[in-house]
Design a protein around this ligand. Sequence first.
Ligand code: SF4
Length: 377
Amino acid sequence: MPSVPTKLAERRRSRQIQVGTVAVGGDAPVSVQSMTTTRTADIGATLQQIAELTASGCQIVRVACPTQDDADALATIARKSQIPVIADIHFQPKYVFAAIDAGCAAVRVNPGNIKQFDDKVKEIAGAAAASGTPIRIGVNAGSLDARLLKKYGKATPEALVESALWECSLFEEHGFRDIKISVKHNDPVIMVNAYRQLAAQCDYPLHLGVTEAGPAFQGTIKSAVAFGALLSEGIGDTIRVSLSAPPAEEVKVGTQILESLNLKQRRLEIVSCPSCGRAQVDVYKLAEEVTAGLDGMEVPLRVAVMGCVVNGPGEAREADLGVASGNGKGQIFVKGEVIKTVPESKIVETLIDEAMKIAEQMERDGVASGEPEVSVS
Ligand code: SF4
């Protein structure tokens, strides 16, 4: 049988940086980030949200630092967080130094809105190099450097890229290359073009983001389309989905995007049919109940929930576990074999029981969730 490639492209070869315990770029798996929505100065609430994000699979978290009270909270948050903390700095260069002193795993700077940022680069590069703190140069369409806005008239891909590479060159003048870059725009077409250009012009690791992507549904689509386009070309080393929704939702979406592209070990996957006039069971209800019953499962289990016998047996056979329904009954398949036929009322509990057995076996066999191997071009 011909083998099917598991990846759409080799990863772009980027230099690797270390964001606390998480490597970004090079052969490191693409990581998922999010950002807290609490006031950073409220240490308890911020740490609580970071704990929730960590539980949802977030690997790196960013916190805003707009005031001195926020800056003062960074050291405790960085020390107590289970995942690396990046301080997000706009407007005030003094907070860059505060974040480095606080032991943050990295600092994000926005060169478009930090006052006299270019004059401070030497000092920032010195402090960051001395402490081993990477810098993310985070260019954003909404706060593009005034000089480039004048030159290009608006935030074009070229303007975003020129802004990012200009700032990099200032750091490079001082021998500092511990950098990752983002060039975010709310339009996925502009964003994808900007990252493509950036990827061709440097070897820095890239943080992907569609900025201000919108409410959960629209933001999920925009991010999936844009990240999918770039990741399928091997571009992107860490991702942040921006949603007007709780940050744990961003992590769920980001993780699912990576799993869909085989850039992260898949976990539970429900293959369910959309239903149609041939369906002989309520497929939506069945799929929802099975999904809810298996929530939190960490092993890469594929469960097929099919409404009738047209595609049911075929899909159910391809999955680890499946059901093909018809005539008030469900044929239960395990690894391609029909193991039993149960009445419709017993389909959900039978699938959950069988899933648990397979999951236990997978865990015994060491087929647990982990990071897939990454090859770089
Ligand atoms: S599996 Fe059957 S019910 Fe489901 S979409 Fe296909 S034909 Fe329709």
